[in-house]
Design a protein around this ligand. Structure first.
Ligand code: B3K
Ligand code: ZN
Length: 877
């Protein structure tokens, strides 16, 4: 564990290295407790490097076992050796020399899951961001590109499979039960993309022929016996490869592409060149064990990691401040892939919901940072929703500004210009400016200023002058990174919707249907408008902003029925729900019953039955904002119990008003054909399960949900029914019976049992604190497995508003203890868990005090890791 030293890394301190390492040869003599790593590096003095410049390599917890230069053992008097550093004071003056470094590492003891470790006995690696330095001393930074040749030696029984990046070149026997394999990756790459896997795994193989005719052997390796569950991932991989050729003109560039699924993994997956390593929950799926949502995540993550081959690997980041260069862009690409493969409208709404749920609170709280940060203490804490999701929104806005063709030309220029380089956000922006002639100087502030901009919109119509006038005003709230903000370029797609529901020809001072807000205040006039239109603004969520638009409920109801933009239509309804829920939670806080206007209840009934709308879109239209969504909109002095009560109240009111209709629709959507996890099949199930939730909201009986649980023929319907039972009928025998049946059936399948842990962690109410504490003692739970921790502790802390924020502070105390227990083995996962506290200042005063106390207790602990100290100190600041 890297203890906190308080050191801060700054963007402006970037310097090129004095030395290059054009070639890297690695030999691994694998053994669980003592693996010898031999690194033979070709080191080259960069032109202009001072004669006496030392060669300083990064390490992390390393033990040096040997050091030679050009075949001669190095006198250690001229070397500074520490676990985190190897400094050769006077390297040879020659242009090139060979450096041979031997280190010993202990993969079995590595529970931080960074560097070389073991998962279920399989050797594997995770090097991004700074894990390679836990394997050998190196210039472990993304701008140092090297060509790797890797030789792996291992016991044949334990590890018949030996994989690394690139193409296989040789394999053979070593006698004594050991064997070896050699891999060569011709593409120069940074160390964070290095990977190795050795173990005994099952294989699913296939072939792909690229557009220019290159034959690629595809392999997905999973735990033996689970091969059938990798078929969907393989299909998603082939579709991703084809899509990148068609949409971005990007072809694959090696003879093999391998994916390995492991059960102990700190995040979703990793894009190592030619050898992606995945968290097994994002590979394995069949209808008995995975939900539609799981299938969709698998497809998106397989695509995301594959797309990194060009956006991240062929063109990488100059330094870690540029992380969004690969992550924001690759998220944008995977979102477009899903939109093309499934439903564009549903994908956009889902992406916006994710952005609001994860990025907005980050941007509005103590952890806010620019999409391209200027300083960090621990880079792993910057793999955030801001870098990923807001980063993707910026790319989307560039496309809106330069247009579809300009965007493709800009991307092509970026690929042509920078293939094989490590570059910056400035290089990325320049490609679009040069290809399209657009001036993106003001727009670039999106990368540099944190905080969610707000746009106040005031619309007025003058019937006599036949003029519609829009007054817009932008503001960006102060954040820890910048107290004063500059005026941004905000592209707002819009429409003026006439009484017949059709858009009026826009005209006015706009670029087609986009208003480019460049100034703090801007007025836009539309002349010759014969009748008062209804304004639909920020269509498609063209800019990631909050809007303060005074619009009456009738106009919102009108848009919710008629807006031609599918996103804006959903948004109008969502805003109505939010306004209603905020009013109801205020009432609940004051101990008064809520009143719900009939219009909204009627509209929900109409939508549910509207056969012209796709079922998945209908399901989204019917989904109420989550408790966290409502809390975020309220913003301050939050009482989670009042929010829960309001949300329950509105759901019941909608359900009671539409009781019979919902029950009939629910029955009519019953599963008939075979299970297909595509947009059509999953849409139908999503709508039906949304209706199950409503029908249960209006009933005091768990019978319907229990019935669905027991007759379900797929995990989507089974898990949805279990969620309704747990959420609404936690204390009933039906729910206990369903939980027991689930455990009896899936007890030995860890990734399925995560659903069982999670569904219980989310049961509203303070009693859940005790339930979760008991579940943490369950034989299937392990504090050293990130999936288990996220399913139980993570879900509890980030999604269970009433229990985590229990007024007596017991939820906070439990999570704090869990964070410290996790930290002892895995600081990265502990730090991520701690971000659940980021919105503590928006709570009502009593809860705030409890949260502050708890955070201070963590902060006061001696010897905190850099990861956790960074998060906790920023959260308290
Ligand atoms: N690039 C990895 C994330 C690495 C996280 C390191 N803490 C997965 C991805 O974004 O595709
Ligand atoms: Zn990524």
């Amino acid at each position: 564990m890297v203890a906190d030293t308080g050191q801060v890394f700054r963007l402006e301190d970037y310097r090129e290295t004095d030395y290059l390492i054009p070639e890297t040869q690695l030999t691994f003599r694998l053994s669980p407790n003592r693996t010898r790593v031999i690194a033979e590096l070709t080191v080259e003095r960069r032109q202009g490097t001072a004669d006496d410049a030392p060669l300083v390599l990064d390490g992390d917890g390393l033990e040096l076992a040997g050091l030679e230069i050009d075949g001669t053992r190095v006198n250690l008097d001229n070397v500074e050796v520490a676990p985190d550093r190897l400094a050769i004071k006077a390297p040879p003056r020659a242009k090139r020399f060979k450096l041979r470094i031997e280190t010993d590492v202990d993969p079995a003891a590595n529970r931080a899951l960074s560097g070389l470790y073991q998962s279920n006995g399989v050797f594997c690696t995770q090097c991004e961001a700074e894990g390679f330095r836990r394997i050998t001393y190196f210039l472990d930074r993304p701008d140092l590109l090297s060509v790797y040749t890797v030789r792996i030696e291992a016991a044949r029984d334990a590890a018949p499979l030996l994989l690394s990046n690139g193409n296989p070149v040789e394999q053979g026997d070593l006698g004594g039960g050991r064997h070896f394999a050699v891999w060569h990756d011709p593409h120069p790459k940074p160390s964070y993309l290095f990977a190795l896997v050795a173990g005994d795994l099952g294989l699913v193989d296939d072939r792909f022929t690229t557009i220019s005719g290159r034959a690629v052997a595809l392999g997905i390796y999973v735990e033996k016996g689970k091969e059938a569950r990798a078929a969907f991932a393989m299909d998603a991989l082939k579709r991703s490869m084809r899509w990148d050729e068609e949409r971005f003109g990007r072809e694959y560039d090696l003879d093999v592409f391998n994916i390995v699924a492991v059960s102990d993994f700190n995040m979703g997956a990793m894009e190592n060149k030619g050898l992606n390593i995945f968290n097994d929950k994002y590979v394995l799926a069949d209808k008995e064990t995975a939900t539609d949502a799981d299938y969709a995540r698998i497809e998106a993550i397989i695509a995301h990691e594959y797309f990194h081959n060009w956006t991240g690997n062929r063109i990488t980041c100059r330094d870690w401040f540029q992380l969004c260069l690969k992550e924001g862009l690759t998220v944008y690409r995977d979102q477009e892939f899903t939109a093309d493969e499934r439903s564009r409208a549903v994908e956009r709404i889902s992406d916006v919901r994710t952005l609001r749920a994860h990025q907005f609170p980050e941007d509005q709280g103590p952890l806010a940072h620019p999409v391209r940060p200027r300083r960090y203490r621990e880079i792993n804490n910057f793999y955030t929703a801001t870098v990923y999701e807001k980063g993707a929104e910026i790319v989307r806005m560039i496309r809106t500004i330069v247009g579809e063709d300009g965007f493709r030309e800009g991307m092509d220029l970026y690929f042509d210009r920078h293939d094989g380089q490590a570059v910056t956000i400035e290089d990325f922006i320049a490609a679009f400016e040069d290809a399209s002639g657009a001036d993106l100087a003001q727009f670039a502030l999106w990368y540099h200023q944190a905080g969610t901009p707000n746009v106040a919109v005031n619309a007025s119509y003058d019937a006599v002058a036949q003029e519609f006038v829009l007054e817009l005003e932008q503001s960006v709230p102060p954040t820890p990174s910048e107290s004063r903000k500059r005026v941004m370029h905000i592209p707002l797609a819009f429409g003026l919707v006439g009484p017949d529901g059709q858009d009026l020809a826009a005209g006015g001072e706009t670029d087609g249907a986009i208003i480019h807000l460049h100034k703090r205040k801007q007025t836009v006039r539309f002349k010759g408008v014969a009748e008062r239109p209804v304004l639909s603004i920020n269509r498609g969520f063209s800019a990631p902003v909050t809007l303060a638009a005074a619009q009456n409920a009738n106009d919102r109801l009108f848009l919710a029925r008629h807006d031609g933009d599918a996103f804006a239509r959903w948004e109008a309804l969502n805003t109505l729900y939010l306004e209603t829920l905020i009013a109801a939670s205020k009432a609940a806080k004051g101990g008064k019953p809520a009143k719900f206007g009939k219009d909204l209840l009627v509209l929900a009934g109409e939508i549910a039955a509207d056969e012209e709308l796709d079922p998945d879109y209908r399901a989204l239209l019917l989904s109420l904002p989550s408790e966290t969504d409502i809390a975020r909109e309220i913003g301050s002095n939050i009482d989670p119990d009042a929010i829960l009560q309001a949300r329950r109240g509105l759901a019941a009111a909608i359900a009671e008003h539409n009781g019979e209709r919902f029950a009939e629709l629910y029955a009519g959507l019953a599963d008939t054909g075979a299970y297909v996890p595509d947009a059509a099949g999953s849409g139908r199930r999503a709508l039906r399960n949304t209706l199950l939730d409503y029908c249960s909201a209006a009933s005091s009986s768990p019978a319907r949900a229990a019935e669905q649980f027991h007759v379900a023929t797929n995990m989507t319907d089974r898990a949805a029914a279990l969620a309704v039972l747990a959420d609404r009928f936690a204390a009933t025998p039906e729910t206990e019976a369903a939980l027991s049946a689930f455990e009896a059936r899936y007890g030995s399948d860890a990734i399925v049992m995560d659903k069982w842990f999670q569904v219980q962690a989310m049961i509203p109410g303070v009693e859940t604190v005790e339930r979760v504490a008991t579940l943490a003692q369950h034989r299937g739970f392990r504090m050293d497995n990130p999936n288990r921790v996220r399913a139980l502790i993570g879900a509890f802390a980030s999604a269970n508003q009433t229990a985590f924020n229990a007024a007596d502070g017991s939820g906070y105390a439990f999570v704090a203890d869990a964070i410290l227990a996790v930290e002892a083995q895995n600081p990265q996962v502990a730090a991520r868990l701690a971000t659940a506290f980021r919105s503590w200042r928006s709570l009502e005063p009593k809860r705030q005090a409890k949260a502050r106390e708890t955070l201070s207790r963590i902060a006061a602990k001696k010897g905190l890791s850099r990861d956790l100290a960074d998060i906790v100190q920023r959260t308290l600041a």
